[in-house]
Design a binder for this molecule. Sequence first.
Ligand SMILES: Nc1ncnc2c1ncn2[C@@H]1O[C@H](COP(=O)(O)OP(=O)(O)O)[C@@H](O)[C@H]1O
Ligand SMILES: CC(C)(COP(=O)(O)O)[C@@H](O)C(=O)NCCC(=O)O
Length: 343
Amino acid sequence: MSSGRVDAAHSHDHPGQHGHQTHGHHPHDHRESSPYIELDRSAWAALASEVDDDPLTEGEIRALRGLGEQLDLQEVREVYLPLSRLLSLYVESAGRLHRDQESFLHQSTPPRTPFVIGLAGSVAVGKSTTARVLQQMLAHWPEHPNVALVTTDGFLYPNAELQRRGLLQRKGFPESYDRRALLRFVVDIKSGKDEVEAPVYDHLTYDVVPDEKVRVEHPDIVIIEGLNVLQPARTREDGRTGLAVSDFFDFSVFVDAGTSHIRDWYVSRFLRLRETAFRDPQSYFARYASLSREEAVDEAVRIWDSINGPNLTQNVLPTRSRANLVLRKDRDHSVRYVRLRKL
Ligand SMILES: Nc1ncnc2c1ncn2[C@@H]1O[C@H](COP(=O)(O)OP(=O)(O)O)[C@@H](O)[C@H]1O
Ligand SMILES: CC(C)(COP(=O)(O)O)[C@@H](O)C(=O)NCCC(=O)O
């Protein structure tokens, strides 16, 4: 497994917290050592006024909001509207580049391939909500109406295989995925294959669903969301390095927050799931429904401290600086600042 620390561009864990300035209305990062521009919440939100698009309705937002997420109309307008506009600029620019390359080559080339966005971040940081909001908002732009969303959990090995490999307690770690199949999937998309299929994971049964697939047909944009999508390629035993899914991303977003906040969010979500999903007799966690609150907190903390916390520290966080854009959330889940790669 390759999980070498690649966060070298930032020696500080939390770039917004170490006394260096974020600039209000003149988003400019004077630190020449950083390849990022950092915009605080107000500077980023101000960009929304330049976008005269209707954000989502309250009803749509309710439907997109994940358990425990605080997403509201203000967050959508101030954070996600500018983000969807920025992403749309990148999509349009990729289209122009495709046309320019075609005329440079003096021959007609295959049609442009879908624009692929990677979305990474910890368990319980709210990736799926961000991904669903972006999917819906990007689909509003007439230039790219067909936006597909695929989560990488479908590419986890089934529990039986994880058990065989001794990885049942490592679910979510890079080695718990069928990385070859995931890579093939992304390569197929970026090869221009019209229809691709991905396997499906079910949180209720805590396992991959046998024989079920999600189909992606003629997408304009594909969002690929998962813990480890920004992992660099592995170095094989012969010292050679292969390809990683992130090699095929046209843009990537990392959803970030302080580790102790994410841990709290994981525990509160676990408590909420105990009152909802865990009550379903089909739930893999059904046995937790009868735990007292205290016992449930202990169990959530145990799972966090033995699986999701170490995975965040060892594998997920080190990939943060590979992202084109980092959304940094505050304790209340609202985005506090945005960090964007310089061009
Ligand atoms: N044990 C579970 N039972 C039912 N739903 C779950 C369970 N664990 C997580 N979920 C749901 O699955 C989705 C993905 O969760 P996760 O992988 O932690 O990513 P994130 O919180 O970043 O979106 C969330 O909407 C979450 O509420
Ligand atoms: C399914 C997950 C590995 C996330 O997968 P992803 O879609 O990010 O690839 C994660 O949500 C999970 O269930 N982790 C196992 C430990 C736990 O139960 O919290």
